[in-house]
Design a protein around this ligand. Structure first.
Ligand code: ADP
Length: 642
């Protein structure tokens, strides 16, 4: 319990840290909240003279005097404003000097009623103006906090390494960026200010009650500890429940997202029934966890309500004695007391269930901070230098790598490439080709051995400056939900229209782009389903050509294209590779033939190396792959046969 209290207070401190940059707004919100609570009490105070008017004994006699005393309150006469509540001291003085001048015994019943109702209306008006201002400031504050929180979470997301994305489901990340931030927002602003208002309301109501009758106030307070005690036990269960509900809702988002992305595979495998069952199972678990948790939370209101009712009954019982037997209090004062005690119980009830209300926000805050605390695994070394190309060689020196310690993926890989050379990586699936290319891109660092550029370890360079010189074209061409133009010029600022068109030309993409409904302004879907495989690849090639990177990683598409696309893509690829240092995961024989060095990989090792002709002469795995896998069509000379 102690440790959780300690960690909760650390959590609160960290959360409130987000309010700090908006101090001015937070203080404004706080001040209007204070004023709102005061005005709220005032609306109740304004009821007191109404009760006095109702219970006033000889209205006609008072009316007879009214002309003589209309201008000022008679200090010796009983006050309609402060007497029912026995408010004395400075506050009583202030009230008498302000509202008391307006409402006093000397007025006729009718005038008095008119003024009392006006007073009530004015009190409500003031209260509601502050209510509006509170909401306004709180919304502004919460949106400022949400924005800085989202920015921080998103920036961290951009910095994280691929390893993180490998092990984390997209749905979980998205859930933390949206739902969790929303929960934390509620806690940090709405609930926080409701908490402040409630505390003030309790304090004010308590002060008024105490001023009216101390004994009765003591009776009213007896039940408060019971109200707060009820929660201690249930809270821990609630916290566990909220955590599993949030985790399951992340799972649901992830599942839906994976189905959307994998729609093709689901259909191809006729797995609709399988997925439906898995989803039904998941929602079933969510349902159970949610209902179980809410059942605990649902106890909050009725329990507090019952304790409140107990308090009211006790006040009634004891109050009736004071009024009728001891004559310590007038019936109207007692009525006002009763009304005010409800004013005490209402916020007290909310305060007593506050822990259950804020719990989801706390759990969400924990999840957000857990994400923000995920370390960036490959930060730049201190003193890392900017990369501006290499002139002699890129070398793999005894590089080994694994994702999981007991499953080696690359084993003692060494080779050397000179600038402008094309290296083709070939081998059966799972041999480690993609991993090797990812190491060149520095998505991962070698577990042992090193990669050097002109003798300098790749880790000595700033990752971003290195990747700026790197182009990557993969099979899974990711096109963004944007226009063709912006997809080609992705993330580049100040790109001229001409250079975009030139890149599209070089990638053999102009013709089909111009046939699209809006040409270069056509929006491509998130997954660019409007385009064929060959067209998607040509957009990606145009993007790479435009960026003109000296080092290129190219993962050739495995799927067969129609012969028209095949020729156009092949042509585009040739232009893409020209003049760069290229690592190509190759599937087409024509690409492989262009390579200066072919590395034949098997189970993480380089088993053969050389040019096409050398390797054909050697036979071995290359010979086998050659006869088995390579698309024979591409061996035909280019020409009308296509
Ligand atoms: P290739 O590109 O030659 O098909 P990969 O480099 O993709 O080979 O994969 C090599 C091995 O590493 C495979 O056994 C694969 O299962 C494993 N692997 C690839 N990516 C990951 C990953 N993110 N986590 C764990 N294992 C991986």
């Amino acid at each position: 319990m102690d440790t959780s209290t300690a960690s909760n207070s650390a959590l609160y401190r960290r959360m409130f840290g987000y309010l700090r940059p908006y101090r001015g707004l937070a203080i404004s919100a706080f001040v209007v909240t204070l004023l709102f609570a005061a005005a709220d009490a005032l609306t109740f105070l304004a009821m007191a003279p109404a009760a006095s008017v109702l219970f006033r004994e000889n209205p006609s006699a008072a009316a007879a005097d009214s002309l003589a005393t209309v201008s000022a309150a008679d200090p010796s006469a009983p006050s309609l404003l402060t007497d029912p509540l026995a408010i004395g001291g400075r506050i009583g003085q202030i009230l008498e000097n302000t509202a008391g001048r307006f409402i006093h015994e000397g007025l006729s019943q009718e005038t008095l009623l008119g003024r009392v109702t006006l007073l009530i209306l004015v009190a409500f008006l003031i209260k509601n103006i502050f209510d509006f201002l509170t909401s306004y400031f709180v919304v502004k504050l919460e949106q400022s906090v949400v924005r800085s929180l989202r920015t921080q979470v998103y920036d961290h997301l951009l910095e994280l390494d691929l390893r993180f994305f490998n092990r984390t489901r997209a749905g979980d990340i998205i859930r933390r960026l949206t739902g969790d931030i929303d929960q934390m927002r509620l806690l940090l602003t709405n609930n926080l200010f409701k908490f402040i208002t409630s505390v003030l309301q309790v304090v004010l109501a308590f002060a008024v009650l105490l001023g009216t009758n101390a004994k009765l106030t003591a009776v009213a307070l007896i039940v408060l500890p019971v109200m707060f005690g009820v929660w201690g036990k249930l809270l821990r269960r609630l916290k566990r429940g909220d955590r599993s509900v949030l985790a399951l809702s992340s799972d649901i988002s992830s599942h839906i997202q994976e189905t959307v992305y994998g729609a093709r595979q689901v259909k191809a495998a006729a797995a609709e029934g399988f997925e439906a069952r898995r989803f039904f199972d998941l929602t079933g678990r969510y349902f159970k966890a949610h209902v179980r948790t809410e059942r605990v939370r649902a106890l909050a209101s009725p329990l507090s309500e019952m304790v409140g009712a107990l308090g009211t009954v006790m006040i009634l019982w004891y109050g009736a004695r004071i009024v009728h037997i001891n004559h310590e209090m007038t019936p109207q004062a007692f009525l006002v007391f009763l009304a005010f005690s409800m004013k005490l119980y209402q916020p007290a009830k909310w305060l007593s269930k506050f822990p259950s209300v804020v719990n989801p926000g706390l759990v969400s805050a924990e999840r957000i901070f857990e994400f923000l605390d995920t370390p960036v695994e490959m930060p730049d070394r201190p003193g890392a230098r900017a990369f501006d190309g290499f002139g002699r060689s890129l070398r793999f020196e005894n590089v080994s790598f694994h994702y999981n310690p007991d499953e080696p993926v690359l084993d003692d890989v060494s080779f050397e490439v000179r600038p402008g050379q094309v290296v083709a990586l070939v081998g059966p699936s799972g041999a480690g080709k993609t991993t090797l290319a990812d190491l060149v891109a520095r998505f991962y660092d070698p577990v042992s051995g090193r990669i050097t550029l002109d003798g300098v370890d790749l880790r000595e360079f700033q990752a971003k400056s290195y990747r700026a010189k790197l182009g990557i074209v993969t099979q899974e061409t990711v096109l963004f939900h944007d226009t063709v133009r912006h997809n080609i010029g992705y993330a580049l600022e100040h790109v001229s229209e001409d250079s975009i068109r030139a890149a599209a030309d070089a990638a053999n993409a102009t013709e089909f782009i111009e046939r699209l409904p809006d040409g270069y302004d056509t929006m491509l879907g998130e997954r660019a389903t409007r385009l064929s495989g060959g067209q998607r690849q040509r957009v990606a090639i145009a993007r790479a050509i435009l960026r003109d990177p000296p080092i290129l990683i190219f993962d050739e598409a495995t799927s067969a294209l129609d012969s028209e696309s095949e020729r156009l893509v092949q042509d585009a690829i040739e232009r893409l590779l020209k003049g760069r240092t290229v690592f190509v995961i190759a599937h087409r024989l024509s690409t492989i033939r262009h390579a200066d060095l072919i590395l034949v990989m098997d189970r993480g090792r380089i088993v053969q190396r050389g040019t096409h002709d050398e390797l054909i002469a050697q036979g071995g795995l290359y010979g086998k792959l050659h006869s088995l896998q390579f698309d024979m069509r591409t061996e035909l000379p280019a020409g009308p046969a296509y």
